[in-house]
Design a protein around this ligand. Sequence first.
Ligand code: ADP
Ligand code: MG
Length: 322
Amino acid sequence: MAFGEFELIARYFTRLGAQRPDVVLGVGDDGAVVVPPAGMELVAVLDTLVAGVHFPPDCPAASVGHRAFAVNLSDLAAMGAEPAWALMALTLPSVDAGWLSEFARGAAALALEHGVALVGGDTTAGPLTITVQLLGFVPSGMALRRAHARPGDAILVSGTPGDAAAGLAIAQRQLSPADHVMSDYLRRRFEYPTPRCALGNALRGVASAAIDVSDGLGGDLSKLLDASACGGELEVETLPVSEQLVRAVGRARAVDLALTGGDDYELCFTVPPARFAQLAALSEAGAAPVTRIGTVVEGHGLRLRRGSTVTQFSHRGFEHFV
Ligand code: ADP
Ligand code: MG
């Protein structure tokens, strides 16, 4: 079934996601018009997914749509922002109606779940690349940052990092666990990550600093510590790796994947002792499972403590062009 750019936009992207009363003008004009709420600051994020770089070319289309929104929702979550509006630049090698409707279905489900309206974008021909820009808001002055962690603050992480890296290895057929239930679980953790939006919102006024874990917990935590001009000590024993991951690759490799794997989209954040009570209350409210994994210290760099042995963490995380 052949159709062009305009029909494609009309079919799949004119009313994708939530219908929001603050959208004055959405897809169809030269620009979108939205109404930011009074007293709020806008937070803008943007992330690109390139086929063959950020996902295997044969990744299910619904997963690609989900991830294009999830990676951006995760950035907003790490800022403590509430998501609202999206723009999407889509570069497609060809018009494949089956692929497009699955892609739009995956994107729409997550956008709807988080109340996000797609208000505009651009569509071009070329190698498969998806760029989503999300706009959200925070009460003025309340955005979470990577800076502002202080010695003595607890370091925490949500969920079970490391699963997604194993899931990607399974999708790429580099890892093949015998147990299908375990294998499917890990693969889904790569294909359908859960952005921690409710947690990010709840951490406003509680966390001293936050970052989303997209390139491995060790590297991303190191970025937070550098931005805060502090060091950190991580208790390796306390890392929350999933039972499925440990069964698939063993405890040592699971820890390694949690520290250096990618694509988890969990939140890593710091909390001052004076706010531990608030943190306990929000854990009970169930925004997301969180685990204390270490402490912010004076100095710089991340140290890993295993019993009485302490080593310096040195992996730099994923860098393009290197
Ligand atoms: P222009 O010529 O002004 O660039 P386009 O023809 O590219 O406009 O797009 C027409 C309308 O469709 C615009 O409102 C644009 O924001 C929207 N649009 C184009 N591509 C997408 C997309 N992939 N997702 C959402 N909206 C899109
Ligand atoms: Mg255009």
